[in-house]
Structures are given as structure tokens and as C-alpha cells.
Design a protein around this ligand. Structure first.
Ligand code: ATP
Ligand code: MG
Length: 896
């Protein structure tokens, strides 16, 4: 958005709200301009504004979307190559070739586009199910009480007061009214990877428009670093806020940025497995193709003295070489897979190539809390520093929960807070007033509430709870418990110094609880003289340790089955958690993760390692505990560096960087909004075994792509070698351009059937990765076999026939029959699925064989330069084909 000199939005579309986002305005001025208040809009006002300003979504018309899609399908390198070859054909006036090429391009674009649309439709209904909502404050009547409620993001209007908590997507452009410990990820807008702190400054610094020096005004980014504004497209990393909506839909900076420039894509850490494999193979093929026409031209010139008149033939051969159906097969296979997943397993694949990556995945990292466990913790007990049961500890913990949740105005409490607030002790919060809160964030691993006693305003009490190590390192004293002291006048006047040995003892006790599978929180308090400044994490020191609270968190019902199924598929599972190593190891054991998960590596260990050392360690470690979001991402990156195709399954804000760093990011049903928005695969049902079905579907799709590659390359490479040999020894063109193209068209149609193959589970036991290096090896093996069959056929033709027309016919028949053979024999999972060839494949191979045998005897034959063949040719061809089939089957067996 361009900010005018007066600090107001300069360009506004017709239905835009009043220009209220001016960075120079105070909270009150903003609210006044929006005709809103801190208690939110009434329902009637909200309805009126919705009608006036429209729904809150990015403008994207159907036609531009359709055109965009077609443009995208044209953009792949094979289509480009074909278009270039088409242009060359047109230049040399080879109209037939140009027409065939145009048809090929059109058909492949149409097939890809419909495939994508089908996959999208299949998951549209599921998307609704997991669609994001926003928490808004609204009133039924103008004088009614304000209540927070969840509304679909589309219904958020300017003037709405929204509440934001960890993991929420910022639903529109907003001006903060209040915030506690708020940090937001706004990388989508600015490219920054770390979260930035935001707070509601009352008199904001005026914006200096970045103009002058003859420079054009910087259009969109100028506003993003204002501390008191948050923008659509960002998400809450930690803390909470209330804010008033200043712009929605097309008026948001994000929408304007998109309208003004190219779509900004979410930055991905590194190319995914799909990029590395399919793209790698594509480029090998393209180089191969580019080499073909000059090679054919040179061979013909050198041996036969032919000149440019062979150009149409060379172009036709190059078209024949192009695996132009590869993108179509890939899209069709993946979209069929993803449609089936949506239908049968409630899984949404948000990025089609991620399905391939799920099939290639050999390591899956999972987060523990909320993913493997239900994240419905139940308080197990509370104990004083000496290990004796003590309800006062629970009261302090609940007091912390009550005031962090209320002062930070979290839209919903964190499950640990919810568990504490559900206990009887939570009722005792009345003796205190809330002052300030430093809500939980996964980096600090603690949360602090600042309270005061009525009548004792000059003293503040800090109540901190969090991970044992993090709390204890901030403690300098230890409470000597007295009964019921939560009501005492001073917290713990008789606290004793906490020495290193006692601290170590306490940590050991926390570890012992963790090893029982319990979650542990340490609780500490401190008293301070009330000062003027706001509290910061710096104030969380010199605390008095009060005791531990422990929680049970049951494992998710389907977790054990899901992990078992994954290990049967050859996938190594690792657990990456922010929780205590003991709790993590214990849960892994109870889920049967490997014979023994071994010792956990902690975030601190990770910090001490460089990338290479971490890569080595990551391969052999099963449990990583006390991880910050950054640690999780580092481990995933290290595993990928070690050559593993790595998936990540996580549900929280602390999983975001890892979800982004993985080849395939997945999240379970209960994940926070931003995790669902970031990941590639959403499991919409509670059933974690859906991961296994996703993997199987991914492998099936990739298996079909692999079949296509094996088939197409073996025949294409074989043909080129044969073409060069034939060109050198024959006094005529071994194949006419028209014949090359017709044959190519038939192959394409038949190979399309491979996208509909259903390799059985037995063929999908290992991760399936299309590796360019392995691919090159099978190219040469199968390609030379095919060339050998062709050359043997030339021998038969030389013996059985005379002249060019029968030669053309003979080779055409042989090519179609070998293609049918290759499709049958090189399919993925053929051996495992004996006798279960699916319909499309049977139809394709039978069709090819029938056409190959029939065309030379139909009236079409003379048009394609073919003549009739003697019977003895067919007999000899039978022998060649039998030998070829045997060789193919043997080679395949040896390679498996
Ligand atoms: N609301 C809270 N208040 C205080 N401390 C908390 C709170 N929530 C979590 N903690 C502490 O911080 C630690 C780290 O939390 P984090 O959210 O990063 O991971 P987690 O929920 O334990 O596990 P996972 O990474 O598997 O989801 C927890 O193990 C707990 O000790
Ligand atoms: Mg979690």
C-alpha cells in the first residue's frame, strides 16, 4: 500500500473501508475513524459492513485462475521443447508435423489441467472441514455484553475486534489495541525468517515515505515494520493480542502486493525430493532430445551425403524422443492418488508433488505433544521441593494460568493451562489482582503472571511456571513449605538459598517423573517492588522455587498402529519434541518405537554441534527433546543433507520451521491454523494411520511414473539408436516423418494407461524414489535391448522383404508390438500382481498390438509409405519378439 504524506492509505478501491490504518494514528483515533469500539461491533453492524465491503478473501476471478492454470501447464520444459520443434517445422513448411505437435501440446495441457481440477474438487469438501476461523468480539445488541466468538475468516469486517493467539493466522490487516509477548511471522510479506515482536505503541512514529532522490515510491513494504500493525498473510508465533481490523479482502496489503506484482511464494528451504528426482530426470531427457536432431542430420550427411532435406525427419525423430506425456502422467498419477486419499482416507494433499515425496520418504520426524499424544493433559499431582504432596503448588500454578490466560487475552488457553484451570485449586484466584503477563513461548519454555494483593499495590508477585530446567536456572532460593501460605502476607520470608547440589537433585526428580511418562512443570515465585516499567523476560530471575506439578497425557489411540505400519514400510520414525527427554523416551517406548529408542539428544547438545556433526548424529538418534522450533528445523535439514527424504508431522507453532524445512510437511487434524496453512498434507480425520495410506498412495503414483519412464525411454532410446544405424545402412529414410509421428501419438495414448495402473501393496514395501543416476542406468540397459530387437528386425526385413515400403511397414508393426510388450513387462509391481492387469492397461496393449498388425493391410498403409509384408516375416518376427520378451524379463528380474 502506498502511504500518503499524511500517513493515510493513498489508493483505496471503491469498496474499501475508511482510511483508518494510518500509521500515525492513536488507538482511539483509529477506532473512531472506523466507527468501532474496543467491545467490538454489534451483529447488525457486522452484517451491514459485510454487505458494504464484501467478504474477506483475496480477489481471484475464475477466468484468471483458469488462464493461469493453462499458462502454468505450458511452462514445463517438454512443452517448451515441443513448441520450439513446432516452430522449426513451420519454418521448413512441414505443416503435418507442426499440426501434430500442436495437437500434442493441446492434449497434454488439457489433460494436466483437468487432472489438477479433479484433485482439487475431491478435497474441496474436506478443506471446508479444516478451514480457518477468526476469533472476534461481537455483541448481539448495542448495550449487550461483548462476547468472543469464532467466525469464518471471510466474515471478518473492518472495525471488528479480533483476538489473536499462538498459531493463529492474522485474518486481515489489523491495528493492535493490546498485546502480550506478541511475535509474528511475516516472512510471506517481507521474506524475514525470524518472528518479529509487535506491540501497540500509542503514539506511533510518523512514517517517512520512502521517496526522493528521483526514486519511485516504494509501494508495499513500507508499512510492514510498524510495530503496532499486523498484516494478513502473517501468523502469530507466540503471545497474544487484541486488535481492530482496518482492511479486509482486496484492501489488505497482501492483496495489493499480489495485484501489483508477481505472486509471492512461500520460501522453501531447499528443493524437495520431487524437484530433485522428476526435474533431474527431465533435464537428462531434454539434453538427450536436444542432441538427437543434430546427430541424425550429421549421421545422414556423413554416411549418405544427404543435406537439409532430412530436417523434417530429424525434427520428427526429436518429437518422437520427447517424453511429452511425462508431465501429464505425473499430474494424472498424483491427482488420482490425491483424489482417492481425499475420498477414502480424509487426507488433503495441498501440493500435488508432496504426494510423490510422501512415497519417497524414508524418515519421518514427528512431534510428540498433540501429535503422538492427545494433548489433553490431566493433572496428576503437585509436590513441594521435598517431594511431599502439596496443594499450594497447584494453586500457584493455577494462579499463573488464570492470569496469563486472562491478561494475555488468549483466544483459547493452552492445554496445560486448561488442565490447571480445571482443578479445584483454580477457584482460589480471588485473592489477587492481575498486573501483567509474559505468556508462554517455545523458546523460553516458561510463562509468567505478575499479580498483586488488594491493598498491597506497591508489591508485585511474579508467578512463573514452565519446563523444569528453565525455571530452576532462574531460581536462587527454595521455599520451605508452610501449609496454606498462598494467603500469607509475603511470599516465603524463610526461603533458603538454592545451591547447585539441590538444583541437581531437583532436576533428577523432574527426570524421574518424566521417565514415568509424566509431563512436569516447575513453579516458582518472586516478590518485587512495583515499578513503572512493563515486565520483560529479563525480570524472570531471582525466583523462589515452589515445587512441581505433574500431568498425564494419554497417547493418541491410533499412534501405535500408525508407527507400526510406517516401520513395515521401511520408514524410520524419529521424535522431535519440546518436552523433557525422559517423557519423550518413555512415550516412544510405550509406542514400541524400535527395540530401544536409546538416549535422547537435547536442544543443548544440538547447539554444541556443527552441521556435519549434527548430520552424523541425526541419522542414529531416535529422540530429540527440549527442542526449540529452530532445533526441530535444524534436525530435519540435517537429515535431508544426509540424503534422506524427510517428512515432518507436527501440530503446533513450534513445528512451523520444521514443517517448512521438510520434503513433505504434514499435520494432524487438531493442528493450529498456521500449521495447516503451511503443510503439504493435512490429515482431516483423527486417525493417524492415514499417514500410512498417504505413503502407499504416494508410492503407487510414483510407481506409475516410474513405469512410464522405463517404458518410454527404453523404446525411445532404442528407436534413436536403430534410426541412426538404419540411416547409415539404408539407401532410403528408415521411417517417414508421418510414420514417426503417428507411431508417437499411438505410444502416447497407450502409455497414458500407465497412470491408471494399481501396483499392489506388495510392490510398495520400500520408499520409492526416482533417482536420476539409477534411471540413467536402466535407460541404457533397456534402451540397448530395444535397439537390439530393432536391429534384429532389420535383419529379418532384409531377408524377407525388398524395398522401402515393406521395410517401413515391417518396422512399424515391430515397434508397436514391442511397445505393447514393454508396457506389459516393465510395469511396476507386475510380478507381485500376476493376473491382475487393470483394464486400461489391457486395453492399451491390445490396442497397440492390433493397430500394429492391422495398419499395413489397411488403405491407410500407402498414405504412410507402407507396403504389404510376406507371411514369413511375421513368423520370424515372432521369434525376435519372444527373444526380446525373455531378455526384458530377465533384465528386470536381475535389477530388482
Ligand atoms: N502454558 C505453558 N506454561 C508454561 N510452560 C509450558 C506451557 N506449555 C508448555 N510449557 C513447557 O514448555 C515445554 C516446551 O513446550 P513446547 O510447546 O515447545 O513443546 P511440547 O508441547 O512439550 O512438545 P511438542 O514439541 O512435542 O509439541 C513443555 O514441555 C513444558 O515444559
Ligand atoms: Mg505439539
Amino acid at each position: 500500500m502506498a502511504w500518503g504524506r499524511d500517513g493515510q492509505a493513498a489508493v483505496l478501491p471503491a469498496a474499501a473501508p475508511p482510511p483508518a490504518a494510518g500509521p500515525g494514528l492513536t488507538r482511539l483515533e483509529v477506532l473512531r475513524r472506523l466507527d468501532a469500539g474496543p467491545r467490538g461491533l454489534t451483529d447488525a453492524e457486522a452484517d451491514g459492513r459485510l454487505a458494504r465491503y464484501g467478504e474477506n478473501h483475496l480477489p481471484e476471478s475464475r477466468t484468471t485462475r483458469g488462464l493461469l492454470r493453462v499458462a502454468r501447464s505450458l511452462r514445463d520444459p517438454f512443452t517448451m521443447m515441443l513448441l520450439v520443434l513446432g516452430a522449426v517445422s513451420a519454418v521448413v513448411a512441414s505443416w503435418g508435423t507442426a499440426c501434430v505437435i500442436t495437437v500434442l501440446v493441446a492434449v497434454s495441457c488439457a489433460l494436466r489441467t483437468t487432472g489438477e481440477i479433479r484433485a482439487e474438487r475431491a478435497s474441496a469438501a474436506l478443506r471446508e472441514l479444516v478451514a480457518g476461523t477468526a476469533t472476534v468480539r461481537r455483541r448481539g445488541r448495542p448495550d449487550g455484553p461483548a462476547a468472543t466468538r469464532e467466525v469464518p475468516v471471510e466474515q471478518v469486517v473492518p472495525g471488528d475486534v479480533v483476538c489473536l493467539g499462538p498459531g493463529d493466522l492474522v485474518p486481515a490487516d489489523v491495528r493492535l489495541l493490546g498485546a502480550a509477548g506478541l511475535t509474528v511471522h511475516q516472512g510471506m510479506l517481507t521474506g524475514e525468517s525470524a518472528p518479529v515482536a509487535k506491540h501497540p505503541v500509542e503514539v506511533p512514529v510518523a512514517v517517512i515515505p520512502r521517496q526522493g532522490g528521483g526514486q519511485p515510491p516504494v509501494p508495499e513494504l513500507s508499512g510492514f515494520h510498524h510495530p503496532h500493525l499486523c498484516f494478513q498473510g502473517s501468523s502469530v508465533a507466540s503471545g497474544s493480542a487484541t486488535a481492530v481490523v482496518v482492511a479486509t479482502g482486496a484492501a489488505t496489503q497482501f492483496a495489493r502486493g499480489q495485484a501489483a506484482g508477481p505472486r509471492r511464494r512461500r520460501p522453501r528451504a531447499a528443493p524437495t525430493a520431487f524437484d530433485r528426482s522428476v526435474d533431474g530426470i527431465s533435464w537428462i531427457l531434454i539434453r538427450f532430445m536436444l542432441l538427437t536432431p543434430p546427430l541424425v542430420l550429421m549421421a545422414n550427411a556423413a554416411v549418405r551425403g544427404r543435406g537439409l532435406e532430412t530436417l523434417p525427419f530429424a525434427v520428427a525423430v526429436a518429437v518422437g524422443m520427447t517424453p511429452e506425456m511425462l508431465p501429464v502422467i505425473v499430474t494424472t498419477a498424483l491427482s488420482r492418488g490425491s483424489a482417492r486419499l481425499a475420498r477414502e482416507s480424509d487426507v488433503i494433499v495441498r501440493r500435488l508433488p508432496a504426494l510423490h515425496d510422501a512415497g519417497a520418504m524414508d524418515v519421518l520426524c514427528v512431534d510428540k505433544t498433540g501429535t503422538l499424544t492427545q494433548d489433553r493433559p490431566i493433572v496428576d499431582g503437585a509436590a513441594d521441593p521435598y517431594g511431599r504432596p502439596d496443594p499450594a503448588v497447584l494453586r500457584w500454578a493455577a494462579l499463573n494460568s488464570w492470569w496469563t490466560v486472562h491478561l494475555a487475552e488468549l483466544p483459547e488457553p493452552d492445554p496445560l493451562d486448561e488442565a490447571l484451570l480445571g482443578t479445584d485449586s483454580a477457584a482460589d484466584d480471588t485473592g489477587f489482582d492481575g498486573v501483567d503477563a509474559l505468556p508462554f513461548d517455545p523458546e523460553r519454555r516458561i510463562a509468567t503472571a505478575v499479580v498483586s494483593r488488594p491493598g498491597a499495590w506497591a508489591r508485585h508477585i511474579l508467578v512463573t511456571k514452565g519446563a523444569a530446567a528453565e525455571v530452576l536456572e532462574r531460581c536462587t532460593r527454595l521455599r520451605v513449605p508452610e501449609p496454606e501460605e498462598c494467603g500469607a502476607s509475603l511470599p516465603f520470608p524463610d526461603a533458603v538459598p538454592l545451591d547447585a547440589a539441590t538444583r541437581a537433585d531437583l532436576l533428577t526428580r523432574a527426570a524421574a517423573h518424566a521417565e514415568e511418562g509424566l509431563r512436569v512443570l516447575a513453579v516458582a515465585v518472586a516478590e518485587r517492588r512495583a515499578g513503572g516499567d512493563a515486565y520483560t523476560p529479563e525480570d524472570e530471575r531471582d525466583l523462589v522455587f515452589v515445587g512441581f506439578v505433574t500431568f498425564h497425557d494419554a497417547v493418541a489411540d491410533t499412534a501405535a498402529d500408525a508407527l507400526g505400519a510406517l516401520s513395515e514400510r521401511g520408514i524410520t520414525v524419529k521424535v522431535l519434541t519440546g518436552d523433557h527427554p525422559g517423557t519423550a523416551v518413555r512415550i516412544c517406548r510405550s509406542l514400541g518405537l524400535g527395540p530401544d529408542p536409546g538416549a535422547a539428544v537435547t536442544g543443548r547438545d544440538i547447539d554444541a554441534l556443527d552441521d556435519d556433526a549434527l548430520t552424523k548424529l541425526a541419522r542414529t538418534t531416535t529422540v530429540f527433546a527440549r527442542c526449540t522450533p529452530a532445533h526441530k528445523a535444524r534436525v530435519v535439514t540435517a537429515l535431508r543433507r544426509a540424503g534422506h527424504t524427510t517428512g515432518f508431522l507436527g501440530d503446533g507453532v513450534n513445528d512451523l520451521p520444521a514443517l517448512r524445512a521438510a520434503d513433505v510437511g504434514m499435520c494432524p487434524r487438531g493442528a493450529v491454523d498456521v500449521a495447516r496453512e503451511t503443510c503439504d498434507v493435512v490429515l482431516a480425520s483423527k486417525d493417524l494411520t492415514a499417514i500410512d495410506r498417504t505413503v502407499a498412495e504416494g508410492r503407487r503414483s510414483s510407481g506409475n511414473v516410474a513405469s512410464y519412464l522405463r517404458v518410454t525411454i527404453s523404446s525411445n532410446l532404442g528407436n534413436v539408436i536403430a534410426m541412426l544405424v538404419a540411416g547409415a545402412i539404408l539407401p532410403f529414410l528408415p521411417m517417414l516423418p508421418a510414420q514417426v509421428l503417428v507411431q508417437n501419438l499411438l505410444f502416447d495414448i497407450a502409455q497414458l494407461a500407465l497412470a491408471f495402473d494399481n501396483p499392489p501393496d506388495a510392490a510398495l514395501r520400500r520408499p520409492l524414489m526416482l533417482r536420476p543416476d539409477r534411471f540413467l542406468r536402466f535407460v541404457t540397459a533397456y534402451g540397448s535391448l530395444n535397439a537390439a530387437a530393432d536391429i534384429a528386425t532389420f535383419g529379418v526385413l532384409w531377408w524377407a522383404t525388398d524395398g522401402d515400403d515393406p521395410f517401413h511397414a515391417g518396422w512399424f508393426t515391430e515397434n508397436l508390438l514391442t511397445q505393447a510388450l514393454v508396457i506389459t513387462l516393465l510395469r511396476t509391481g507386475r510380478r507381485a500382481a500376476e493376473g491382475r492387469t487393470p483394464g486400461p492397461i489391457r486395453l492399451a496393449t491390445a490396442g497397440l498390438a492390433a493397430i500394429g498388425l492391422a495398419v499395413p493391410i489397411t488403405p491407410l498403409a500407402p498414405l504412410l509409405g507402407m507396403g504389404t509384408l510376406p507371411l514369413r516375416y511375421y513368423a520370424a518376427l515372432g521369434v525376435v519378439l519372444t527373444a526380446y520378451a525373455t531378455a526384458l524379463a530377465l533384465t528386470r528380474k536381475r535389477r530388482q
